[in-house]
Write a protein that binds this ligand. Structure first.
Ligand code: DUT
Ligand code: MG
Length: 247
């Protein structure tokens, strides 16, 4: 049975709505289901990747862990678990900012620690962006964050998660809006940096080539909605040539 310290699933199906199961929907309207057969356990104090084609259910893996989907056990000992004691930070795929300054958007109510803050800005590749704003990190992002580019918003969203003290960090495709150079910087400086040491990261990404060399555990979600551990990435990519091209 369930160990409360574990992040993962055992024999579970997840749907976006409860009525997905009641058979009243036509097959074409039948909603998506995420499926895990057997145990899927993310590694603690490690970098976990969630990969798969678009629409396969990568975001759903995070949402299922967060308890946002309808859980349907497929065995008597089915479970899913995300420990909340050390805190959970979640950077959504649609990055968002509040109508405040950049600094306030990163701190998100946490106390200002200059050293930690400067490290976060550096590791999340925001230093140059902040220099270019006359008001620096005191710049108001404005209604809907219109002052910021998509890539800047994504990095502020990432910075908020890294600055937080949460022990578990869920990052949904934070590298997607970034150019290769910036993505590389973040993989090197942030995802391997001192601020994530001792923390657990679940990173959804299409950027497998960049992130997989430093990943400790990889889960793929297929177009069948089944999430599985990838034990040997090169074998997996050889078998999934179409996905390999897409990633
Ligand atoms: N879905 C919903 N409701 C939601 C979110 C998603 O029905 O609130 C559906 C859409 C899709 C399936 O779930 O058919 C999986 O979507 P998900 O967003 O999990 O896929 P992804 O792998 O994250 O896709 P992308 O790479 O485009 O982000
Ligand atoms: Mg997604």
């Amino acid at each position: 049975t369930e160990d409360t310290n574990v992040i993962g699933f055992n024999n579970a199906v997840f749907a976006w709505s409860k009525d997905a199961e009641d058979g009243t929907q036509t097959p074409s309207a039948r909603s998506f289901r995420l499926r895990v057969d057997g145990k899927l356990m993310f590694q603690r104090n490690a970098l976990n990747l969630i990969i798969g084609p678009t629409g396969s259910g990568k975001t759903s893996v995070l949402m299922a862990l967060l308890g946002e989907m309808h859980f349907m056990p497929t065995s008597i000992d089915a479970w899913y678990n995300l420990p909340r004691e050390g805190g959970v930070a979640y950077a959504a795929q649609e990055s968002w900012v509040q109508n405040e300054t950049i600094r306030e958007n990163i701190l998100f109510g946490a106390p200002y620690d200059e050293e930690r803050y400067n490290k976060v800005v550096h590791q999340c590749a925001l230093a140059r962006d902040l220099e270019l704003f006359t008001a620096g990190d005191k710049t108001e992002v404005g209604e809907k964050g219109l002052t910021l580019s998509g890539g800047q918003k994504a990095r502020v969203t990432l910075a908020r998660a890294i600055y937080s003290s949460a022990e578990i960090i869920l990052l949904d495709d934070v590298l997607a809006a970034l150019d290769v150079h910036t993505s590389k910087w973040i993989v090197k400086e942030c995802l391997q940096g001192d601020l994530v040491r001792g923390r657990t990261i679940l990173l959804v990404t299409h950027n497998v080539a960049l992130a997989s060399p430093i990943a400790d555990y990889i889960v793929s979600v297929g177009l069948d909605g089944i999430a599985r551990e990838v034990q040997d990435l090169s074998v997996f990519l050889a078998k999934n040539k179409k996905l390999a091209r897409e990633l």
